[in-house]
Design a protein around this ligand. Structure first.
Ligand code: PA5
Length: 451
């Protein structure tokens, strides 16, 4: 990846995974790479994300930036209404890159919590806000409920006509309830390409409109992904960190390392972990297979989960995200009394201490039986972050094929919805309602304990 300086250091995988073991997977990698690029593998209808340039032409990028600018003039807060892949990508990039005084983006429709919803609606009272409702299907319950509530409040605050200009819908290009409603109401709309699933959609309007509203340079973010796509277009393992990562995690999985911890030393990357967990969890957790993707935030979690990681069951490995530089310099002062004994750090930056913590952690965990890999990006800025997102997507597609699953479907997420709809008498679910209620009644509350 010469134009995109992303590196993967996999030295700490030894002895479980050696460079020779990785290299031996080149034939399987080449086959999976061909399946991805020729669309001959499972889920081939959902490969639009592979080519970010084609997925997001310059004209649409400019249109998104223009709509974001218009909304920034009209509103102080954007509420993104969406769940799963329809909000996590935006939140990932906004939390990682938006400056503190940037226009605010709030979130709704990712929870059915009455407490959260009530607090959000209250906080929006009297605020100049706009809504970006994001749902590919246009029928997902959580965002549909939140959108109805938010739209009502917006209409109450600014009137029906003005509200229409403050609502943007990102949805299926042709079908679905949201597309229909947007057409009737005259909302501005952006299409979610039919060949891009939710968890691969951050670099479509799904992610880019809120990201642009928050003042992040979406052209640079997108360019990072385009450059990463070019750098990952070759199947040769020796030049492709995304593919080495995919192979390494499959090798570890075959050695009963069943849990992958994504670990970062930057709180701003919290939602990168959330996005990554959805990407890998939904893509690989099927057919009774798949690594369990989990995450930790260091050094914070070294004082909680650190004990487990160091000495608990040895079925984990870690993938670290490292930011090489560009972080603020906060210098630790000298203290004449040195009562806290910290003068050995005086004059050093907090970031330098954080880096020593990282090195110490990787070594301690390795010594404790936890192999690790480290992705490094040069700075926490739009271009490398775009490249990293793409690299994780590409690795995920390949990893799923190496595992032998379809990494682009998510049949399992329908199960809870069917039960919920049956329990709520949704039209069309009458047949299941009796059976589901009977099953719940047979279980719920039958064995309890409390005080
Ligand atoms: O990755 C996915 O496909 C899911 O997480 C969806 O994005 C999520 O369920 C929301 O679906 P929709 O955009 O149809 O409302």
């Amino acid at each position: 990846m010469s134009s995109v300086p992303i590196t993967l250091d996999y030295s700490y995988l030894l002895p479980e995974v050696t460079p020779a073991m990785i290299a031996a997977w080149q034939p399987q990698v080449s086959l999976a790479h061909t399946q991805l690029h020729q669309g001959s593998g499972p889920g081939a209808d959902f490969l639009g994300w592979l080519d970010p340039q084609a997925m997001m032409p310059a004209a649409q990028l400019a249109e998104i930036a223009a709509v974001a600018a218009r909304l920034r003039d009209a509103a102080d807060v954007m509420v993104v209404v969406g769940i799963g892949g329809s909000y996590l990508g935006a939140r990932t990039v906004i939390e990682a890159l938006a400056v503190p005084d940037a226009p605010q983006v709030w979130y709704a429709g990712h929870t059915l919590s009455a407490d959260y919803t009530a607090a959000l609606l209250k906080a929006l009272e009297g605020k100049r806000f706009c809504i970006n409702v994001v749902s590919k299907s246009g029928t997902t319950t959580e965002p549909a409920v939140a959108f109805r509530l938010l739209r009502d409040q917006l209409v109450r605050q600014v009137g029906a006509e003005a509200a229409k200009g403050l609502i943007v819908a990102s949805t299926d290009p042709v079908g679905g309830a949201l597309r229909k409603m947007a057409g009737q109401e005259g909302y501005t709309t952006f299409p979610i390409p039919g060949n891009v699933g939710g968890r691969y959609s951050v670099l479509t309007a799904v992610g880019l409109l809120p990201i642009a509203f928050a003042g992040v340079d979406i052209a640079a973010l997108h360019a990072g992904a385009v450059d990463a796509a070019a750098a990952c277009a070759n199947d040769a393992l020796e030049t492709n960190p995304a593919y080495v990562y995919a192979v390494a995690r499959n090798l570890l999985y075959r050695q009963d390392k069943n849990i992958e911890l994504l670990a970062a030393f930057e709180p701003r990357l919290h939602y990168l972990s959330e996005w990554w967990k959805q990407l890998y969890g939904e893509s690989e957790g099927k057919n009774n297979m798949g690594l369990f993707p989990a995450s930790v935030e260091f050094t914070t979690d070294l004082h909680s989960m650190g004990q487990w990681i160091q000495q608990g069951r040895r079925d984990i490995f870690e993938t670290f995200i490292n930011i090489a530089g560009g972080l603020p310099v906060v210098t630790i002062p000298t203290d004449a009394d040195n009562a806290d004994g910290l003068n050995f750090l005086a004059g050093q930056s907090v970031d330098a201490v954080n880096r020593r913590a990282f090195q110490g952690t990787a070594l301690a965990h390795r010594d404790g039986g936890v192999p690790s890999m480290t992705f490094t990006i040069p700075t926490l800025t739009a271009h490398p972050v775009g490249a990293l997102l793409y690299a994780f997507e590409k690795a995920c597609g390949l990893s799923g094929y190496l595992l032998g699953v379809n990494p682009f479907d998510q049949p399992g997420v329908e199960s809870y919805k069917k039960n919920m709809f049956a329990l709520m008498n949704k039209p069309g679910y009458e047949a299941q309602a009796v059976e589901v209620r009977a099953k719940v009644d047979a279980r719920q509350g039958k064995q309890t304990v409390g005080f």
